[in-house]
Write a protein that binds this ligand. Sequence first.
Ligand code: ADP
Ligand code: ASP
Ligand code: MG
Length: 479
Amino acid sequence: MRIVQKYGGSSVKDADRIRAVAGRIAARHREGHELAVVVSAMGRTTDDLIALAEAVVGDRRREPAFAREMDMLLSTGEQVSIALLAMALKALGVPAVSLTGWQAGILTEAVHERARIRAVDAKKLRALLAERTVAIVAGFQGITAGGEITTLGRGGSDTTAVALAVALGADRCEIYTDVPGVYTTDPRIEPRARLLPTVTYDEMLELAHLGAGVLHPRSVELAKRYQMPLFVGSSYTDEGGTLIVETRSTRPEDVRHERSTGAASYAQDRSASTELKARTAAEAPGASDSTGAHPGASSENAGGLEDDRVVSGVALDKAVARLTLVGLSLRPTTLADLFEALAAAGVNVDIIIHTTRNDGTTDVAFSVQEDDVDRARAVLDGLQATLGHAAVEVEADLAKVSIVGAGMATRPGVAATMFRLLADAGIPVKMVSTSEIKVSAVIPRALGADAVRMLHDGFGLGEENGLGRLAARIAEAAE
Ligand code: ADP
Ligand code: ASP
Ligand code: MG
């Protein structure tokens, strides 16, 4: 099989972890797979590099004039880990070559600090895989047509991995991290969180966008578009594992776990499943229904989860701010002028609410990521003459708590339950937004973690002795 794996920063945080990861890769290599492995910078390296930039130029490191150099700086983090991992593999006798983003042919648009991947020229990677060399690729970075180094945005190594998997026509993409899969909520916030053996691409996309940091949202977007099988598991243990699947009707029987490796494969339709099962069984002779089944996918367990679950998960985004333009006299062009100017300044606006008062003036409130507050404020100040608002109010200490579930689309009353639970807990709701499969509420940041635990419990997602405890233990070990 051709497999793309990705190991995140905490999985390669020190020499011991790098050797441990090399050992896992070597075992897969021995099984005969073709492997391309994407790695993130060691531990908190990227944060440390950002802190260094701040030590030199302060907050100005956020200015567009510094963006090119920020990419030059941050891309070094991944260059360290690929070299060390390739050395660790060679020391184990496994042929391995490290490649930077540009050496691996990752072409991006000409935007710094949040570039999107345009294409992957996988010639070199294919040649390496063909000769059974493990290609170790730097995550999170690429190169523009003009030869400039770019980065993809924080957490972007997941997206590198899926893009490579698509370009290589891999059988699947495996993301290894410091928790054993995708949980009903962040197991660091709620240790009673349960592992989800399967989650749909759409649910995962919402969860990722809404703050569940376990996958970069763009990686899920890509995987869905190209129907790339995506597996999330722990780099510390073979227990657990989550498969991202297309629909809830993907049956637990279609999910198989390769015990020896911690990986799993699945089939979307029944005709394909027999063949895949046969292949999986051939590669992992020890795997059978009773011993090889995914721990969370025993029939009672997964059947219940698949059939009854209205809410699959709770996500928290802790970096939300709200800006309100007070006392506008709304003209037909006001909203267009306002949001065009914000977009031009690169401000990502999330929830928008406008309210007309008795005196005929209008307030327009919108939420943004905390990082964007200064830029948004500057845009609003610049528009004062055009829009004629009386004041701008900024509330910075907010969070967004969201419930997500594909089952919501067909069940009424889910939002009502959420608001009742929040009201009973005395948590004020400042803004609301909904889609077919999620409800989000903007609340005071200080109450964010409490709201997550309360909603998780309120929607019956918790489990007394859940695997969440395992995740929490591993997360602690990873600190
Ligand atoms: P990596 O360095 O491997 O990319 P990340 O820190 O980016 O790891 O992502 C893993 C973290 O995501 C976990 O440690 C966990 O705290 C967090 N997380 C948030 N929501 C969830 C969730 N629903 N399921 C699992 N992990 C989650
Ligand atoms: N090293 C980068 C970051 O910390 C990319 C990644 O980890 O995915 O954001
Ligand atoms: Mg990550």
